[in-house]
Ligand binder design. Sequence first.
Ligand code: SF4
Length: 189
Amino acid sequence: KEYADISLKDIDQVAKSSFPLCMRHLFDKLKEDHHLKHGGRMQLGLFLKGVGINLDDALAFWRSEFSKKVGLEKFEKQYAYNIRHNYGKEGKRTDYTPYSCQKIISSTPGAGDHHGCPYRNFSEENLRAALSRMGVNSWAMEDVMDKVKNRHYQLACTLTFEALHGMTCDAGINHPNQYFSDSQKILKP
Ligand code: SF4
């Protein structure tokens, strides 16, 4: 099994301990706004699928947030289909795979979007604030910001991982689900 499976009851806790910043940001925004635009729903939804959230749990998760904003009926009508679609249960029944860093970094989020890679898309001020909320200390922060300035976003993410886990990550981060499973391996060996 490639990714460590988790269930819905653990999700708040593992979001804090093991989600990379791109997913942590989407997760926090979803909880805050009870809504995400399409790009964010795809990026986070497929990541959660990769993390091991099954379809029923995924529907329960998105329903519990979206129903606070748009109501249950609208959720079932407008959003549930797409979630089933991501799991290959609708349309062409393709089983969609979670996005890689490369794909996320090259996406172009518009106004009101929260998907994409924060190392690339955030202002310096917002990135520093987000990293310090994650628990990155001030000396590691400067190394991370240095990589960002040179547009080495995945290296910046790798240094963040290393700072938060107190371990080196020799392979480097190239997939959000790899960040997650490497983190879980360290935290729950
Ligand atoms: Fe997410 Fe990859 Fe960017 Fe890290 S480098 S925040 S895992 S897209």
